[in-house]
Write a protein that binds this ligand. Structure first.
Ligand SMILES: [Zn+2]
Length: 268
């Protein structure tokens, strides 16, 4: 009995520096859980980490959670499953996020934005294309325990898209929130937390931030910004600062073009 308990005990959460986002791998004595589906080029990195850093068989990767369908959260899932046989866990939605003709256009716009982010981060060009349709093995709802990893709990935190998931580990007080909040750090403005650029539903988004706040997490793990303690007031500020209107791909592209035009060096 004691041996079984030991096997189900979380040993560590390994943070891996992915192509354009942080990757978190929950490590147990004989099984592994990837908290998000990362980018397609991250697949080799995750497998190499399992083999070389942890010295484990890649078949120990039992599950990958896909928090939402963007390229840096869903891009590697199908490929990881092909290599390891892991199960893909995602939100219980009757439709595909990138379904229909409009969905395919959104997929291409989101994908090109991911290429742009990789370019801005000085990453080498890598193929980020991935299946727009997710074939999940296990669908989960708010409050569910993560199958095979019952010490993790699913928290639905929609708003960035219609199906975002967060995952909470009660014993350590750590929560992975994917793109719910992003930590920015620069010399001029210091550290600040902002909402992701795309906000599908601002009302749902603000509720989701308030929901995470209520957990009083010990550490918040973000896809963009690593893991850190977040003050309760910071959650409130984030809710206050988030606009009440949705921010779509159209706004993102207008902003990118605007920035490119306005950041050009002035000619003398
Ligand atoms: Zn996203």
């Amino acid at each position: 009995m004691q041996e079984k308990n030991k096997n189900n005990e979380l040993q560590q959460i390994l943070r891996i520096d992915g192509h354009i986002q942080d990757i978190y791998l929950a490590v147990y004595a004989n099984k592994l859980l990837l908290l998000d589906g990362c980018c397609r080029p991250d697949v080799e990195l995750v497998l190499a980490t399992i083999r070389n850093i942890l010295g484990r068989e890649i078949s120990q990767l039992k599950a990958v959670i896909v928090t939402h369908m963007h390229a840096d959260h869903a891009g590697g899932a199908a490929y990881l499953k092909k290599h390891t046989g892991c199960k893909i866990i995602s939100s219980n939605k009757p439709t595909q996020w990138y379904g229909g003709l409009n969905g395919r256009v959104e997929y291409l716009l989101d994908l090109s934005l991911s290429y742009f982010v990789a370019y801005r981060r000085g990453r080498k060009f890598k193929n980020l294309n991935y299946p727009a349709e997710l074939k999940a093995d296990i669908l989960v709802n708010d409050g569910d325990a993560v199958p095979m990893f019952e010490d993790w709990q699913i928290i639905e935190t929609p708003g960035h898209t219609d199906r975002d998931l967060s995952v909470y580990h009660a014993k350590t007080g750590k929560v992975y929130v994917a793109d719910l909040m992003i930590k920015l750090e620069n010399r001029r403005r210091g550290i600040r937390f902002v909402a992701p650029y795309n906000i599908d539903d601002p009302v749902a988004y603000k509720k989701s931030v308030a929901k995470i706040k209520q957990y009083h997490p010990y550490k918040v793990m973000m896809a963009h910004g690593g893991q850190t303690f977040v003050e309760q007031a910071t959650f409130d500020d984030l809710i206050k600062m988030t606009p009440n209107k949705p921010r779509t791909n159209k706004d993102v592209y207008q902003d990118v073009v605007f920035r490119m035009m306005t950041t050009r060096k002035p000619k003398k």
